[in-house]
Ligand binder design. Structure first.
Ligand code: GTP
Ligand code: MG
Length: 139
C-alpha cells in the first residue's frame, strides 16, 4: 500500500519529562498502528546522518547534542495518509505555533526541544524507517 507509513521519534525532552506513554496513547487513539518500535540511544554519527539536511544550519550542533542526550523511542506507524495526518497530529515545529491538542502543543518544551519527529514526505518516511529497522522488523 502506498502512502500508509510514516516514521517518528519521541525526542529526549519528552522521554526525560515522562511523556512517552501519553504520546504513544495519543498516537494510537488517533488511528495509527505500530509497525515497528524500539528504544535507542543515538550516537553522534547517527544523529548527524539522520539530520544531514540541516548540517549547514546554525542550530545543527545544538540539535545533535539534544538528540544524543538521552534514549529515544523510534517507531514506524501505519495509517491511510500517514505522513500528512501525522504531521497534523504533531503540530508546528515551534510549539508556540502548534495547534491546541497537538503533540507539540501538549508536550514540547521549545523550538529546539519539540518532543517528537514526523517524516515530511513519503520518500523520507521510507528512508527514515529503513535507517532504524530492517524489513523483517516491520509488521
Ligand atoms: P522534525 O520532525 O524533527 O524533522 O521537525 P520539523 O520537520 O518540524 O522541523 P525541521 O525539519 O525544520 O527541523 C528539524 C528539527 O531541528 C526540529 O524539530 C527542531 O528540533 C530543530 N530545529 C529546527 N529549527 C530550529 C531552531 O531554529 N533552533 C533550534 N535550536 N532547533 C531547531
Ligand atoms: Mg523535519
Amino acid at each position: 500500500m502506498k502512502n500508509n507509513l510514516t516514521f517518528t521519534m519521541i525526542k529526549p525532552d519528552a522521554m526525560e519529562n515522562g511523556y512517552a506513554g501519553d504520546i504513544l496513547s495519543l498516537i494510537l487513539k488517533s488511528g495509527f498502528h505500530i509497525s515497528a518500535l524500539k528504544l535507542i540511544h543515538l550516537t553522534n554519527h547517527q544523529a548527524e546522518t539522520f539530520y544531514n539536511i540541516h548540517r549547514k544550519k546554525p542550530f545543527f550542533e545544538e540539535l545533535v547534542m539534544f538528540m544524543t542526550r538521552s534514549p529515544i523511542i523510534v517507531a514506524v506507524l501505519k495509517k491511510n495518509n500517514a505522513v500528512e495526518d501525522f504531521r497534523k497530529l504533531i503540530g508546528s515545529t515551534n510549539p508556540e505555533d502548534a495547534e491546541k491538542g497537538t503533540v507539540r502543543n501538549l508536550f514540547a518544551t521549545s523550538m529546539g526541544e519539540n518532543a517528537i519527529h514526523g517524516s515530511d514526505s513519503e520518500d523520507n518516511a521510507q528512508i527514515e524507517s529503513s535507517f532504524f529497522f530492517t524489513k523483517n522488523e516491520m509488521y
